[in-house]
Design a binder for this molecule. Structure first.
Ligand SMILES: [Fe+2]
Ligand SMILES: [Fe+2]
Length: 294
């Protein structure tokens, strides 16, 4: 079985927007795009990555958030087209990032345009955690996706699962005796200390690590920090993949899983943009392989 991990495409353009027509936090987000992000996150790179990832013929595409910049309705339409390009909702598993659920009206826009890729209907009271964690099973693979994308104040990119989602997650991660599925947890914010500054961190990271200490997934995939990271923990491995549209380090991961007698053979390949080549392409940057015992 083959999975692809893609994250943080930040694919929308704010070229048609004006600073003066935006309010509050969106003004600072627009300035960040205008001064910096529009030059870092390039659509032509994302298109090349999307094509390269599709050529790998994945069974599932896993996307860990930040499709857009400031959570505007117009951005959601652009992102919906890209999601459909990746594949139908049965094939694409998506969890939102802080730039998706950016302002108070973003969640309703997400549900208007991305409904097929989100759990349930627009939640009453606007509870972003409603319907999460999402659990999907396929040929012994169990995908668990959580939503950490709460709306934050200006200059904050923090995330939070919240108590109720954490409780549901603890149940979702439990494996019954004899259950030898391969569990993969998808999250936008990294749950490990020291990976981001406080204003970008996951508020209830320690509590999440407590849950994972009780029943750990086999694999954790995350985004948000726009860097490639690989770590071994007791009982599982974690991978962060760089932004899918970055001129500096656009990347995706190919994850091959094969059931063996003693567990699951995992092979993870990091494919990174070769910016030095005359024609841009993605090439193998690193590879890991291990046996996740059942
Ligand atoms: Fe991001
Ligand atoms: Fe983020």
């Amino acid at each position: 079985m083959r999975l692809i991990h893609i994250t943080d495409p930040h694919l929308s353009s704010l070229a048609g927007q004006s600073f003066w027509n935006l309010r509050g936090k969106r003004r600072s987000g627009y300035l960040s795009w205008y001064r910096n992000r529009q030059f870092v996150h390039r659509r032509e790179i994302l298109d090349l990555l999307t094509e390269s990832a599709a050529a790998c013929e994945p069974d599932r595409v896993l996307v860990t958030g930040d499709l857009v910049h400031i959570g505007l309705d117009s951005e959601m339409i652009e992102a919906a087209n890209w999601l459909r390009q990746l594949g139908p909702p049965e094939k694409v598993m998506f969890v939102p990032g802080n730039h998706d659920n950016y302002a108070l009206d973003s969640l309703s826009s997400m549900h208007r345009h991305w409904a097929d890729y989100l759990p349930g209907h627009f939640p009453p009271g606007g509870d972003y955690t409603s319907g999460y964690p999402v659990v999907r099973e396929h040929n012994g693979l169990k995908l668990v996706g959580v939503n950490t994308a709460c709306v934050t104040r200006i200059f904050s990119a923090r995330g939070e699962l919240g108590e109720q989602q954490r409780q549901r997650l603890a149940v979702a991660l439990e494996k019954s005796d004899g259950d030898n599925c391969f569990e993969c947890l998808l999250i936008h914010h990294p749950p490990f200390p020291g990976m981001t500054r406080r204003r970008k961190s996951l508020r209830d990271a320690a509590k999440l690590l407590g849950i994972m200490g009780e029943s750990s997934p086999d694999l954790l995939l995350y985004g948000h920090i726009h860097l490639n990271r690989e770590n071994q923990h007791s009982g599982f491995r974690s991978f962060c993949t760089a932004s899918a549209s970055s001129v500096e380090n656009a990347s995706f991961r190919i994850i091959d899983l094969e059931k063996e007698q003693k567990g699951w053979r995992c092979r993870v390949r990091l494919m990174t943009l070769d910016a030095t080549a005359s024609t841009r392409s993605f090439s193998l940057a690193s590879e890991s392989s291990w046996l996740a015992s059942a």
